[in-house]
Design a protein around this ligand. Structure first.
Ligand code: 4AD
Ligand code: MG
Length: 462
């Protein structure tokens, strides 16, 4: 089968040639002696116009009576039509109805709201919006691999089931084979996880970072790209319980080097997606987010802002009257603050660095002031935080006391601490939330619409 994308791309060579295609009918028009089918096969945004006529096809009536959504296999000749609205069409020789569709097909030719489409997640990939979104998602994923592979990073698969809590936030989904109604208990009434499958409490990973650090201390530059899970009870447009994260980890790299890689990566993803998905992005630019293309072009070609948390707080405090949560030095930045900084102040992506240690994870490197850590969040207009990263604490004694300070136990992190005992070095990394990147690339405003099958609070259907 030839892909419709290939027919458009190679139209000159394919002109006059016979091809076989398979796809789903978007529209079927019957003009009695001939008819038109607009067929989409998912390979590109465009539909292919297929002409079928009583003179050539044997089953004209069968074809003409098909409903929208029918799966069709068509053999026909590619004909260039430079004077028509579309540059080419297919003149059908045979049309096989692979699977008919019923008149109740929910995706009739009209625009549906995203709320409704979320209730038919099994069919929504066939709409323009989701088709474009998931092509961009696929292309962006490959661009990320390309970026890191070109730079000589090794791709590491980190475990999905783990006993550690990387972010120390306790927002984990437990993985257990114990009977929930009758688990074995310790004398103090706690569940006795030593009797569980793994011999201890295990959960779905919130981040592959700690494992990536193990590999960075052998391979130098590595990255993970996999699903991560958070049982955050945040019902927002930016939080999902299952999301994908890209986590590079780089030996002999400090915070500034970390941000340089993050910035270069985002620009690379944007450029590749603009090159490879022009029709999809044009659709988003017209129907989802006017100004998207111009914004992406600007972001790809200008420097990101960089500001310390302390300076950012000074800027934000001037606007405290307009925030739901006024800011003080020490407060965690809320989405409203992040968006104000990046949308009103910088009007472009900005890295905020050196946050107070109290609001960040245990592994971040303590700065000389003893109060802040070498952390960075990358904020972008329309979304807020898209990346969280840091230089890691490589000093064994400082790391041990940070772990204790946060009420965690050093024994649980013995192997992580070993990295500091055996050839530890300055190193840094970050995590890019992949869905937030896809939102940024498309202008789609809700994370539920960039995940093929979103898992959010109260929702694990499909
Ligand atoms: O800032 P976070 O929590 O950082 C880490 O997990 C580090 N271990 C990363 C590292 O340094 N290797 O998460 C990183 C990014 C966020 O900036 C955000 O884009 C995304 O992951 N993210 C989520 N995306 C969707 N839904 C959620 N619930 C998310 N939580 C974080
Ligand atoms: Mg974060």
């Amino acid at each position: 089968y030839t892909k419709i994308a290939a027919i458009f791309a190679d139209s000159q060579e394919l002109s006059g040639q016979e091809v076989q295609i398979g796809g789903w009918a978007k529209t079927i028009r019957d003009l009695k002696t001939f008819g038109f089918i607009e067929l989409n096969d998912g390979s590109c945004f465009k539909n292919l116009q297929v002409v079928f006529s009583t003179e050539i096809v044997a089953n004209y009536k069968e074809i003409a009576s098909q409903n929208v959504g029918a799966a069709l296999e068509i053999v026909g000749t590619v004909v260039l039509t430079p004077d028509a609205k579309q540059p080419l069409e297919l003149q059908a020789k045979t049309v096989v109805v692979a699977g008919a569709s019923s008149p109740e097909y929910p995706l009739q030719k009209k625009r549906h709201g995203v709320e409704f489409l979320r209730t038919i997640q099994h069919l929504r990939p066939r709409t323009n919006l989701y088709s474009a979104t998931f092509r961009v998602r696929s292309v962006a994923a490959m661009a990320i691999h390309e970026f890191f592979q070109q730079k000589g990073f090794t791709y590491v698969h980190t475990p999905i089931i783990t006993a550690s809590d990387c972010e120390g936030a306790g927002e984990m989904f437990r993985v257990t084979t114990l009977d929930p109604k009758n688990p074995p208990l310790l004398e103090n009434g706690d569940v006795d996880y030593s009797q569980d499958f793994f011999g201890k409490a295990a959960n779905l990973t919130v981040s592959g970072q700690l494992n990536a650090e193990n590999f960075a201390m052998a391979f130098g530059d590595v990255y993970t790209f996999g699903p991560t899970f958070r049982a955050e009870n945040s019902n927002t447009a930016r939080h999902a319980a299952e999301f994908w994260m890209i986590e590079p980890e780089m030996a002999f790299t400090d915070l500034a080097g970390d941000m340089d890689i993050a910035e270069a990566m985002i620009k690379f993803i944007i450029k590749r997606t603009m090159e490879r998905c022009p029709d999809d992005l044009a659709f988003f630019n017209s129907f989802v987010d006017k100004g998207l293309l111009e914004r992406l072009e600007n972001v790809a070609n200008s420097d990101f802002g960089r500001v310390s948390y302390t300076e950012a707080v000074e800027i934000l405090k001037k606007n405290n009257a307009n925030f739901d949560y006024p800011v003080e030095w020490g407060s965690d930045l809320q989405t409203e603050h992040e968006r104000y900084l990046t949308e009103q102040v910088y009007k472009k992506p900005v890295f905020v660095t050196d946050y107070p240690k109290e609001i960040k994870a245990f592994y971040m490197r303590l700065n000389d002031d003893g109060k802040t850590v070498a952390a960075t969040d990358c904020l972008v207009p329309g979304i807020g935080e898209i990346i969280g990263g840091s230089q890691r604490e490589e000093r064994l004694d400082v790391l041990e006391s940070r772990i204790r300070e946060m009420g965690m136990t050093t024994e649980d992190y013995w192997w992580y601490l070993d990295l500091r005992r055996y050839g530890g070095c300055k190193h840094a990394g970050f995590g890019l939330g992949f869905e937030r990147m896809v939102m940024y690339l498309t202008g789609v405003a809700n994370i539920r619409d960039v995940l093929p099958h979103p898992r959010t609070v109260g929702n694990a259907d499909f």
